[in-house]
Ligand binder design. Structure first.
Ligand code: PRX
Length: 651
């Protein structure tokens, strides 16, 4: 984050206490809950694990903590799918809407809890009939359609960990994830809709499968159909609808051990290789169920809309597992916010009378730019609570959201968390905590955070430092798939026994947390994590590139954009058409989210004498700051020349 933005945050003084009306009806409104959780966090989590989930067998030990390894609710048996589906389908909620889905072209479906119950059982039987057993990994590469959730829940039902890969990722990215997880089955669709075009999911899947050999069967859902045909490989590729046609109707939910793996989800770290974040069953379900209930104040009457795709952790925790475990009604929308027009979100809110909206600052900033005439066209009076996630929300965007979407009456919950944390960690409880625009406020009850300096000492109020979590929490990741070393190295080696988040933060005089962005080589583009090295590898993979250095730069809408400094090989023209080709190449290697915003050709990169690229200096150049310390550079002239060239650029 730029220093100017930090200064602006330091000066933010507006405070928004919860209204009496909200407090009166809130699921949780007694501030004593914070003290209760602080006094005995194990007892706190155990109480709620018992109250908010159905256990086939109760645990014998709440927590075993051998840093960095935690086990929660040891000996407990439960099933995530049973908690999200069966227990509601056995009550009056059988006929209650679980998923209200809208496709980008305007098609609609409503699935009740009864419908979900039938579909997940049938699909679980399909998976079993293809030889999927407990513990086998299943990869899901789907558009945002109900079948994506059905596939996830069916996997959970039989104890096969899923690995969902975002449908916007490329064939190469999919291949990397399939290979790392050694997935046995891939579930995909012929295609998906995005801004009126077809995303060729099956074609990408075919390309990915040519690079991997673990997948034995591919299940293809027909989302597009009509004239759109896809290649179906004999003996390997099977149509979803044909398999479902004859699938038996009942399939019992497998009693899973609390610590059995529920899913893997790949996310970017500081190196080029994505990490498979592991989440287990009991702790994760406890975390997402309780946070969904308290942070979003979920009630049976609510229509909850989390706009995230299931390809990201937000979609896992707050589109599928958290709200469904609470028996809530969820909206799922397949497409883009500006298709066919820029009021699509508001049309959806009005049409389904959404009561809670959970979206990302990047979307809010785009709405701001498009103008308030779009939300004004629609009746948004059903909304009663708003949420934000994925990146720091700037106070202007917060205020705009508050006024133009929330009509000045809806509390805003700015929720800080990560793929690794599984569930929301720092957030207001909307019936208790007064909010301040731009602050995620306080750790959730039972979560303990601190801000430390390099030496591991707590920093004082209003001083920036590293955000750490000081005690274990139920939904914490249990590690990185196949890479225990990296797990320790990344999160547990900076401070002994404390979880290092990779984020900078400060606390104000009231103890409120203000998140300041990543402190490592991870960049956050539109709320999505990318590693600078991942993009660099994609660039150097192009035949014209000798070397590349990538940094995140401030971007008004996306939060951060990707800037690349590229050294071109001898004999290739460093021109506009090469820039376009490189942008295209990165999008094809990783996915459109990684497409560089700016490319600068350079003859040299600033390096230390040991050859390490000094990204810090590139950031100084890109953000127009005075250059920091250059004494360790092998050749200080390089950075000066680069700065001058950059300042004269036209992009
Ligand atoms: O830098 C923080 C930022 O997103 C990172 C986690 O990214 P990911 O694992 O993809 O999960 C995103 C959705 C939970 C964090 O390390 N981040 C997430 N939420 C916020 C945030 N930064 C500031 N404020 C937030 N509310």
């Amino acid at each position: 984050m730029q220093p100017t933005a930090i200064d602006a945050l330091l000066q933010e003084t507006r405070v928004f206490p919860p209204s009496d009306e909200f407090v009166k009806q809130a699921n949780i409104s007694d501030p004593a809950v914070y003290d209760e959780a602080a006094r005995d966090y194990e007892a706190f989590w155990a109480k709620h694990a018992e109250q908010c989930l159905h256990w086939f067998e109760k645990w014998h030990t709440v927590l075993e903590w051998n840093p960095p390894y935690a086990k929660w609710f040891i000996g407990g048996k439960l099933n995530a799918c049973y908690n999200c589906v069966d227990r509601h389908a056995q009550t009056w909620r059988r006929t209650k809407a679980a998923l209200i889905w809208e496709g980008e072209p305007g098609d609609e479906r409503v699935l009740t809890y009864g419908d979900l119950h039938r579909e997940v059982q049938k699909f679980a039987n399909v998976l079993k009939s293809l030889g999927v057993q407990k513990g086998d990994r299943v990869c899901i590469y789907m558009p945002l359609i109900p079948e994506a959730a059905i596939a996830m829940l069916a996997c959970a039902r039989i104890g096969a960990p899923h690995s969902v890969v975002f449908g916007g990722f490329s064939a190469d990215a999919l291949a990397d994830r399939i290979r790392d997880a050694q997935a046995k089955v891939l579930i995909t669709a012929d295609g998906g809709w995005r801004r009126g075009s077809i995303v060729p999911l099956k074609r990408n899947a075919d390309d990915a499968l040519r690079q991997t050999d673990s997948v034995q069967k591919v299940i293809v859902y027909q989302r597009i159909g009509g004239d759109y045909t896809v290649n179906m490989q004999d003996g390997r590729d099977l149509w979803w609808h044909e398999l479902m046609h004859n699938a038996p109707l009942t399939c019992p939910a497998e009693p899973m051990d609390s610590e059995d793996l529920l899913y893997l989800l790949y996310t970017s770290g500081s190196t080029g290789k994505p990490k498979g974040i592991m989440h287990t069953t009991g702790g994760y379900m406890t975390g997402v169920t309780l946070t969904a209930k308290w942070v979003f104040d979920l009630k049976d009457e609510d229509v909850f809309w989390c706009t995230a795709d299931v390809g990201w952790v937000t979609g896992h925790s707050y589109l599928v597992y958290g709200p469904l475990s609470n028996g809530a009604t969820c909206i799922m929308y397949e497409g883009a916010p500006d298709y066919p027009d820029r009021d699509r979100f508001w049309a959806i809110v009005e049409k389904y009378r959404a009561t809670i909206l959970y979206t990302a600052p990047t979307a809010i900033r785009a709405f701001m730019k498009w103008g308030e005439q779009y939300p004004r066209k629609h009746d948004l009076s059903s909304l009663r609570l708003l949420g934000s996630v994925g990146e720091p929300i700037n106070p202007e965007a917060w205020m705009w959201y508050h006024e133009h979407i929330g009509g000045g009456r809806c509390p805003i919950v700015d929720t800080w968390w990560q793929t690794e944390t599984g569930a929301i960690m720092i957030t207001p409880l909307p019936g208790i905590v007064a909010t301040k625009p731009g602050s995620a406020t306080k750790p959730f009850p039972g979560v303990f955070a601190a801000i430390l300096n390099d030496k591991g000492e707590p920093v004082g109020a209003n001083q920036g430092g590293y955000l750490v979590i000081t005690r274990p929490w139920p939904s914490m990741t249990r590690g990185l798939w196949g890479d225990p070393e990296r797990f320790i190295q990344t999160y547990w080696s900076k401070y002994d026994g404390l979880y290092f988040t990779g984020d900078g933060a400060r606390q104000d005089d009231d103890g409120y947390f203000w998140l300041l962005g990543r402190v490592d080589d991870v960049i956050n583009v539109s709320g999505h994590r990318l590693s600078t090295m991942e993009v660099e590898s994609a660039l150097v993979d192009h035949h014209a590139v000798a070397e590349a250095a990538v940094i995140g730069v401030h971007h008004d809408i996306k939060g951060q954009g990707v800037a690349a400094f590229v050294i071109v090989k001898e004999g290739y023209p460093a021109d506009e058409s090469l820039k376009d080709a490189l942008k295209q190449h990165v999008a094809q290697k990783i996915g459109a989210i990684a497409r560089p915003d700016q490319i600068f050709f350079t003859a040299d990169l600033p390096k230390t004498r040991s050859g390490k690229i000094m990204r810090r200096l590139l950031r100084d150049i890109a953000e127009g700051r005075a250059l920091g310390d250059t004494t360790t550079l092998a050749d200080p002239a390089v950075v000066q020349a680069l700065k001058e060239k950059y300042e004269g650029h036209e992009e």
